[in-house]
Write a protein that binds this ligand. Structure first.
Ligand code: NOJ
Ligand code: CA
Length: 566
């Protein structure tokens, strides 16, 4: 059954508020900055914004450590600013969803401060606790590793117990088994829906359940720790709790959009999380699209911080699986990058002056005209590349410390470590939005908190003024994406060599082909039989494409979108 829900029309734009636009000259992006740029976003054509967390937070993890869910972090502005943002966005037919972080809080949240007071405190059971092993409980409760390095367990001083944190030790995990916690979380969501937002991007929801008894991961050396996904991801209680939460919200707000961050989700799990009968989400964001060649990486140091080539055969296979699994659900989410990964033009495109625009356009066509919900990260539409780093001290992401130390131990030179991190680190995508070519790129009047690249060409002012810019390509692409064929049409991969990525969109007789050259070499594509000797229109293409008879020749990183004339 095809269900044509309204949210199949979403073209989502991720705003990283800290890096988007500063208006009060403190080097930190703010809500008034987003309001200021709404007309720009409207012009681009997106119809929903996802804001990374803006709630009060000690900013240990850039807002993913919330200390008060009902107040706006003063860095970003005030509640009045947010109310105005919602109103102004809606005036322009742009919806807004907020990041909802409920797997954990900040250790500065009053709940946790109370919980630390002792085992009898009513808030104790809001979090997860375990006794240590060994004499006086001095050994860790188990061998599970945190995503940010080190153990998931941190000892507290009052009772000598350990609390659980999947991310930083300043981010204790909430106990979703406790019905009062679930009620609190529901009330927080309702508070924001009453303010008028249109839904949530639910952070790390796949981790809200933990294996009871906290068993050790097997096969780990005594005294070592290891990632324990099998015990703290995709547990059987995730779906029931998410469904309970979402069902309550949807009673009063039936049209909200909930997209869950499901980093390690397979297509099968993704479908379950997005099935209203089973889970709470409308869709999910997996991190499993980008199949890098891990065999080519050095196994002695963390692989996620070493650049890797996209394995095209596997990538096609993975994208096909997600497309097929979500075919009747409006398609999966479609994205190339976010605040947790390097920028796409640097990672999978070619950010040299010669090919930067050409490859950025090709990648956009490849990803966003597939069936599903595009999620464009701010700055991607002007081909922003990775932030430039000059010293190992420039990295803030917590996992970089361990990477530097491990790399040094096995003999890497500092400049090699710098090159690896600069290409992969999440900080690379968090640089200030480039609005113009003035000092600090029009983002602020002082040094931006997270750095900025100043570039004469890849800034909004330059890009909107030039017809053949990446911005104008994105704008046209978004228009095409909103047409019925590209929204609802069937998706099918056309078999080709690894150098090309070609797919068909089809609705009865209405057919289009998206043809992309992934390489720096010229490639030929021979039209399938059904296109031969029929005329077609070119809906959009980048540079150096030749159409002759039944062969299309695509120059380096060429992309063309053709539509068969009926
Ligand atoms: C996923 C977010 O995208 C990431 O930035 C954050 O560090 C973790 N969840 C923890 O909230
Ligand atoms: Ca500011």
């Amino acid at each position: 059954m095809i269900n044509n829900n309204w949210w199949h029309e979403i073209v989502l734009y991720q705003v990283y508020p800290k890096s988007f636009q500063d208006t009060n000259h403190d080097g930190i992006g703010d809500i008034r900055g987003i309001i200021k740029r709404l007309d720009y976003l409207k012009d681009l054509g997106v119809n929903m914004l996802w804001l990374n967390p803006i709630f009060e937070s000690p900013q240990v993890d850039n807002g993913y450590d919330v200390s008060n869910y009902h107040t706006i972090d003063p860095n970003f502005g005030t509640m009045e600013d947010v109310e105005e943002l919602i109103k102004e966005a809606h005036k322009r037919d742009i919806k807004i969803i907020f990041d909802f972080v409920a797997n954990h809080t900040s250790n500065q949240h009053p709940w946790f401060k109370e919980a630390l007071k002792g085992k009898d405190n009513p808030y104790r059971d809001y979090y997860l606790w375990a006794d240590g092993k060994g004499e006086n409980g001095n050994d860790l409760p188990n061998n599970w590793q945190s995503f940010f390095g080190g153990s998931v367990w941190e000892r507290e001083s009052v009772n000598g117990q350990y609390y659980f944190h999947l991310f930083a030790k300043e981010m204790p995990d909430l106990n979703w088994e406790n019905p009062i916690v679930r009620e609190e979380i529901t009330n927080i969501a309702l508070f924001w829906l009453e303010k008028g937002i249109d839904g949530f991007r639910v952070d790390a929801f796949i981790h809200i359940g933990k294996e009871p008894g906290y068993p050790d991961v097997s096969g780990v050396l005594e005294g070592d720790i290891a990632i324990a996904e099998e015990f703290y991801a995709h547990q059987p209680n995730v779906n029931p709790y998410m469904k309970e939460w979402a069902d309550t919200l949807r009673k009063d707000y039936p049209d909200i959009f909930i997209v869950g961050e499901a980093a390690s989700s397979s297509p099968e799990l993704g479908v379950e999380y997005s099935d209203p009968e089973k889970g709470g989400c409308n869709s999910v964001i997996t991190f499993r699209y980008f199949t890098e060649d891990w065999d080519a990486k050095d196994s002695r140091i963390p692989g996620n911080l070493q650049p890797g080539q996209l394995k095209i055969v596997d990538f096609k296979q993975v994208m096909s699986e997600w497309q097929e699994s979500f075919a009747d659900m409006g398609g999966p989410t479609l994205y190339w990058n976010n605040h947790d990964m390097a920028r796409v033009v640097s990672r999978f495109g070619n950010d040299s002056e010669e090919y930067r625009e050409q490859s950025a356009k090709m990648l956009a066509a490849l990803m966003y005209l597939q069936k599903g919900i595009p999620i464009i990260m701010n700055g991607e539409e002007i081909a922003m590349k990775n932030l430039e780093f000059h010293s190992l001290d420039d990295f803030v992401a917590p996992e970089t410390k361990e990477f530097i130390q491990k790399s040094r131990v096995v003999g890497y030179k500092d400049e090699e470590i710098l090159a690896n991190l600069a290409a992969t680190v999440k900080d690379a995508s968090r640089g200030a939005m480039q609005w113009d070519d003035t000092e600090y790129a029009g983002f602020s009047t002082i040094t931006p908190w997270g750095g900025v690249n100043q570039e004469s060409k890849y800034n909004v002012l330059e890009q909107i003024s030039r017809e053949d810019s990446v911005f104008n390509f994105y704008k046209q692409l978004i228009k095409i994406k909103k047409s019925t064929l590209f929204k609802d049409g069937l998706w099918k991969l056309v078999p080709t060599s690894d150098s090309l990525y070609v797919y068909k969109r089809q609705m009865e007789e209405n057919t289009a082909l998206v043809i992309c050259n992934l390489t720096e070499k010229e490639q030929e594509f021979v039209l399938p039989q059904e296109f031969v000797r029929k005329s077609y229109n070119i809906l959009l293409e980048n540079e150096h494409i030749r159409h002759y008879d039944n062969v299309i020749t695509l120059g380096a990183y060429g992309a063309t979108i053709i539509h068969q004339v009926l």
